[in-house]
Design a binder for this molecule. Structure first.
Ligand SMILES: Cc1cc2nc3c(=O)[nH]c(=O)nc-3n(C[C@H](O)[C@H](O)[C@H](O)COP(=O)(O)OP(=O)(O)OC[C@H]3O[C@@H](n4cnc5c(N)ncnc54)[C@H](O)[C@@H]3O)c2cc1C
Length: 398
């Protein structure tokens, strides 16, 4: 494989554009195909923690842009179902070093790469045929093309994974939760604050994003529902049924979900594969190793993009060696995030009144604990737990 090879990336959210940035930097020619007709907005806040995440953003020159668009959420009030405050969480309890809406992050990454990578929106790969010199790729709409490598950065339900590795269910560990996230008017006047309420098996939160807008986040403790992850009407119905009878502000939230332009719904699942590459096809981000909430998925995806592109460049075209080193470096790192996220269910949607009461007691004392030290410990253990090699850019290598 040449060091200026054409590389196809499937998925233009976080991992895909981040990889496109680094591949261009090393002299490769990335093309990104995204199924959605345009860059997808939506999603709640994602965060970056510790020197590995922040270091990669800084090397990309986008750390200031990310900081400029951070959420500035002030505090989150935990309330009981009668809307009585239980505890106030300072912003830094939930946010990492920098917190940004996923849609804003995707826009920054897209803007940073649109000049150097080719983007094809509204299309999807239908078939991959690997030959000695590359992978022949067929698309739903575009004519077939040959690429040296194909990278699946197409998320939890990765289509590339299905084509090159096997059926979805083989690689998924369902964490027993579903989540719905959507924007809505800030009708409660939260003004940069958040409010969160749990009843057994369900948690509803609303977080102001400023400008009279808010984002709702609904967690429901239901196992994988066999829903079609592209069927919005069915998903909205699932949310309505799950939150029926919850009380609190749930009826308003369910009504807002029906109107939301950016309604998002998915199971909370992890992805586990024995290998992240098969021949000339490799996986990145959630497609390879989704962790679920609290597992550093977004920051780790950006770090993984840096490593994958860097290893491809360092291996001088030996993609097998590059894929093997990428996986060796990243696996222990993402495993820590996955382990951390596995405990999330009792935190996100506690199943009994007793568990909710215990969580409330925890929330009440949390502001008095040395939270900053605790968070630093947690991030050092997981998000910062990797020593990143330096990969000289093409002009430095020459
Ligand atoms: C709309 C949306 C909202 C999200 N909201 C949150 C959130 O609030 N909090 C949070 O922690 N995480 C959220 N996530 C997940 C988060 O973005 C990821 O966990 C993490 O950033 C890793 O990103 P990724 O690029 O690997 O995968 P993802 O962000 O899931 O991106 C995958 C991309 O691949 C595209 N795609 C899927 N199938 C195909 C196909 N066949 N062909 C081409 N493209 C395809 C998708 O449209 C998407 O753009 C959200 C993801 C999406 C897509």
């Amino acid at each position: 494989m040449d060091t200026d090879a054409d590389i196809l990336i499937s998925g233009a959210s976080v991992a895909g554009p981040a990889l496109a940035w680094w591949l261009s930097r090393h002299g490769f020619h990335p093309t990104v195909v995204e199924r959605a007709p345009q860059l997808r907005g939506g999603g709640y806040a994602v965060d970056f923690r510790g020197p590995a995440h922040l270091g990669v953003l800084a090397k990309m020159g986008i750390l200031d842009a990310v900081r400029a668009r951070q959420t500035h959420l002030s505090a989150t009030t935990i309330v009981d179902r009668q809307d009585r405050p239980v505890a106030d969480m300072p912003a830094h309890v939930f946010a990492g070093d920098v917190e940004i809406l996923r849609g804003d992050l995707a826009t920054i990454l897209y803007e940073a790469t649109r000049g150097t990578a080719e983007y094809v929106f509204g299309d999807s790969i239908t078939r991959l045929d690997e030959g000695p010199g590359g992978v022949r790729v067929w698309f739903e709409h575009s004519p077939p093309r040959t690429f040296s490598l194909v990278i699946g950065a197409d998320g939890l339900h990765s289509h590339v994974r299905r084509l090159a590795f096997g059926e979805h269910d083989r690689f998924i560990e369902d964490l027993g939760l579903c989540v719905s996230i959507f924007s809505m008017p800030d009708s409660a006047g939260l003004d940069r604050a958040g409010v969160l309420c749990s009843v057994p098996g369900r948690t509803a939160g609303v977080f102001s994003t400023g400008n009279d807008r808010a984002i709702a986040q609904l967690y429901m403790a239901v196992p994988a529902l066999g829903h079609d992850h592209r069927e919005l009407a069915q998903q909205k119905q699932i949310v309505a049924e799950a939150f029926e009878g919850m009380g609190w502000r749930a009826p308003d939230l369910v009504a807002a979900a029906q109107q939301a332009p950016d309604f998002y719904f998915d199971t909370v699942s992890q992805v586990h594969l024995d290998r992240w590459s098969a021949g000339r096809v490799a996986l990145l981000g959630d497609a390879a190793c989704a962790a679920g909430p609290g597992g550093n998925g977004t920051g780790n995806a950006v770090v993984a993009a840096y490593v994958l592109a860097g290893e491809l460049a360092a291996a001088g075209g030996d993609y097998r060696a590059a894929f093997a080193r990428y996986e060796r470096l990243l696996r222990p790192y993402v495993a820590k995030g996955q382990k951390q996220a596995r405990g999330g269910k009792d935190f996100l949607a506690p199943s009994t009144e007793k568990k909710i009461a215990r969580l409330h007691r925890f929330y009440k004392v949390l502001p008095y604990l040395p939270v900053k030290r605790l968070m630093k410990y947690l991030t050092t253990r997981t998000a910062a737990g990797i020593n990143l090699p330096d990969y000289p850019a093409q002009e430095q290598r020459a």
